[in-house]
Design a protein around this ligand. Structure first.
Ligand SMILES: Cc1cc2nc3c(=O)[nH]c(=O)nc-3n(C[C@H](O)[C@H](O)[C@H](O)COP(=O)(O)OP(=O)(O)OC[C@H]3O[C@@H](n4cnc5c(N)ncnc54)[C@H](O)[C@@H]3O)c2cc1C
Length: 383
């Protein structure tokens, strides 16, 4: 295996992803009702919402569809905000439950578009701790507090106790190959919107987006970028801060240990196992927190060594690593994603605090409603 194979996300091995023919580069000037900058899960959700309204849409990405975190993440589809529901409820109020319900509806929507072989309704397990290590009593208490809060709000939850440890099982959650999700969305939308890869926005302003070869003139610009949003739009510096998250994948392991996506140690560490037995493992950011406040997306020895040991614990046996990668995400001060005007006719959204697979599309819908209907954004977003 070459070094470049090692640093490629293992999700790209999926035949639908590796066989993606790509989208044309945008050449020259054009006009549209709306221009969407960034074709990750959130930007594609915005495109879908816009074309459903009958609008003429141009979407551009600096690289391949989901070149960023949207194609390089853990593939967890977890209901709710990045902050556990009981904590979010205490700080944001009842809108935290609204967000939880909106994210669960987003799983249904994705499953409807992509099918149950891409969006797998397995549920998820939150562990107090990580497998084969002593349980942290505070983490266990937090699991119990979350369980109580979910029950009180009518959200399905069960106790989990098994070979992985102790915690809670959330039956409504799901898992996916994130690159497969994004490519599937782009393929479904390509005949309905003008989508372009390898087309960076080098200037964004009222009524126009500049690319290296021309200008896109439009009534509304939606900037759907999570990590590095404050670099694309310096107006958001101080509101969104970029961090790196890292992962690895193993070759198939013999034990079928993970029935669904599993996360533990306060949600910092996570793993899922695919049908071939490969594990996809991430986490450890909190243990290297200062190093990980960076816009670099190169894996590092410190985090990757931690992930090696984590992979062994999740697998319950020795593992062989086949790929290592990282990507950028955006964090915000109070845990609420940003969805706001940054200029006349320019709305930016991002800053999902490491959990944007579902919150991103929910925020995209809010951005479309803000731009087209002047609907105030919900309280779980920062306007
Ligand atoms: C290792 C890792 C694990 C994660 N695990 C999970 C998980 O299991 N579950 C979960 O919910 N979330 C997870 N996340 C977070 C999640 O991946 C992100 O929050 C989400 O993918 C954000 O999607 P997005 O479409 O909003 O933004 P992005 O994925 O950042 O997409 C933005 C797109 O904009 C493009 N772009 C940027 N600048 C420009 C420009 N100037 N011009 C044109 N295009 C541009 C980029 O190429 C990119 O394709 C994880 C993230 C990482 C890195």
């Amino acid at each position: 295996m070459t070094a470049s194979d090692m640093s490629r996300p293992a999700w790209d091995d999926d035949p639908v992803v590796s066989g993606w023919a790509g989208l044309p580069t945008l050449d020259g000037d054009c006009t549209a009702d709306v221009c969407v900058v960034g074709l990750g899960g959130s930007g594609l959700a915005a495109v879908a919402d816009l074309v459903d309204r009958g609008l003429d849409v141009v979407g551009i990405d600096v690289g391949r569809v989901a070149a960023g975190a949207a194609g390089r993440n853990g593939g967890f589809l977890l209901g709710g905000p990045a902050t556990f529901l009981h904590t979010a409820l205490a700080t944001w109020g009842p809108c935290a439950v609204d967000l939880y319900r909106a994210t669960l509806a987003e799983i249904d929507s994705l499953e409807g578009i992509l099918g149950s072989d891409v969006i797998r309704r397995t549920g998820s397990i939150r562990l107090a701790g990580i497998p084969d290590t002593p349980t942290d009593p505070a983490d266990a208490q937090d699991c119990a507090d979350l369980e109580k809060c979910l029950r009180e709000n009518g959200i399905a939850v069960e106790r989990y106790s098994g070979e992985l440890g102790h915690g809670i099982y959330l039956p409504d959650d799901a898992m996916m190959n994130p690159a497969r999700r994004a490519i599937g969305m782009a393929a479904a939308l390509a005949g309905r919107a003008r989508l372009h890869e390898n087309t960076p926005a080098v200037g964004i302003g009222a009524g126009s987006v500049t690319t290296p070869t021309g200008v896109i003139r439009c009534d509304l610009v939606l900037v759907a970028v999570d990590g590095r949003l404050e670099q694309v739009l310096p107006q958001l510096d101080g509101r969104v801060r970029t961090a790196r998250l890292q992962m690895l994948a193993t070759t198939p392991v013999s034990a079928r240990r993970l029935p669904c996506p599993v996360y533990g140690r306060w949600g910092y560490d996570y793993a899922q196992q695919d049908a071939s037995g490969r594990l996809y493992v991430g986490g450890g950011r909190d243990l290297f927190v200062e190093d990980e406040w960076t816009s670099s997306s190169e894996p590092t020895a410190g985090v990757q060594t931690y992930l090696d040991s984590l992979a062994r614990l999740f697998a319950g046996e020795q593992v062989s690593v086949s790929a290592r990668w990282a990507a950028s995400v955006g964090f915000t001060g109070d845990g609420r994603p940003v969805c706001c005007y940054v200029d006349d006719g320019v709305i930016a959204f991002g800053g999902y605090n490491g959990t944007g697979n579902l919150v991103g599309p929910v925020t995209a819908r809010a951005a479309v409603a803000l731009g087209l209907d002047a609907t105030d954004v919900p309280g779980y977003l920062s306007s």
